[in-house]
Design a protein around this ligand. Structure first.
Ligand code: CTP
Ligand code: MG
Length: 220
């Protein structure tokens, strides 16, 4: 019963606005991708890792995996135009016999081992999927342009992060049916899957802007 990780790193990083994709922007001494890759590779819960790289960055991704000794990396594939396309490309490389697949954003470099453990435990309890989440601090409103439509009940909301874990055939089926979505869990929810919320972690901050990159660098 093996658990695979798909590390999606194929985004352009437009909001960060550097001269290279976000995964290859420097974080500490190495390209950002090194940090989540090293952590997934070192995880006791993960058996193998597939890296999804931006077009023309496959080779640098493989070299980086070798440089840091990430020995669980079995494939590096080219991503697609959307995150969902990139996830699909990565999942296609996971062998049929895999029991579970964790999908993780390279843009969240600091993956705590405890969070991975919580995700895997929830799958062991019989859930189709599990996602790390944090309570929402702000009041969230549904809007239409610059007009408020309604105010959502905060206790019913959760901000979700990655890694998101799924029973492998459930994720494959959801991806086959899918259009596009901002996370994998929503695809699984749409196809009727039961997804558990487990505690996330502040350190799983997603690097979107230069300020985020500096915060994550300070936590290294
Ligand atoms: N991602 C991907 N393929 C895409 C788009 C996104 O693999 N076509 C990945 C990114 O590399 C990132 C994660 O999905 O690890 C979350 O995406 P996001 O934070 O939006 O990253 P970017 O799309 O790179 O950034 P931006 O939206 O600012 O261009
Ligand atoms: Mg994006």
């Amino acid at each position: 019963m093996s658990t695979w990780a798909v590390l999606v790193a194929a985004g352009r990083g437009e909001r960060l606005g550097e001269d290279r994709p976000k995964a290859f922007v420097r974080l500490g001494e190495l390209p950002l991708l090194a940090e989540p890759l090293r952590r997934l590779d070192a995880s006791g819960w993960i058996d193998a890792v597939v890296v999804v790289a931006p077009p023309e960055w496959e080779e640098p991704a493989i070299l980086l995996a070798e440089e840091i000794g990430a020995s669980k990396v079995t494939a590096c594939v080219t991503g697609g135009a959307t995150r969902t396309d990139s996830v699909r490309a990565g999942v296609d490389e996971v062998p049929e016999e895999a029991a579970a697949i964790l999908v993780h954003d390279a843009a969240r470099p600091l993956v705590p081992e405890e969070v991975i453990g919580r995700i895997v435990a929830a799958l062991g309890e019989g859930f189709d999927g599990a996602v790390p989440s944090l309570p929402v601090a702000d009041t969230i409103k549904r809007v239409d342009g610059d007009v408020v439509v309604e105010t959502l009940v905060r206790d019913e909301l959760a901000a979700v992060q990655t890694p998101q874990g799924f029973v492998a055939p459930v994720l494959r089926a959801a991806l086959a049916a899918a259009v596009d979505a901002s996370d994998c869990a929503s695809l699984v929810e749409r196809s009727g899957g039961r997804v558990k919320i487990v505690p996330g972690d502040e350190r799983l901050l997603k690097v979107t802007t230069r300020a985020d990159l500096e915060r994550v660098a300070a936590w290294l």
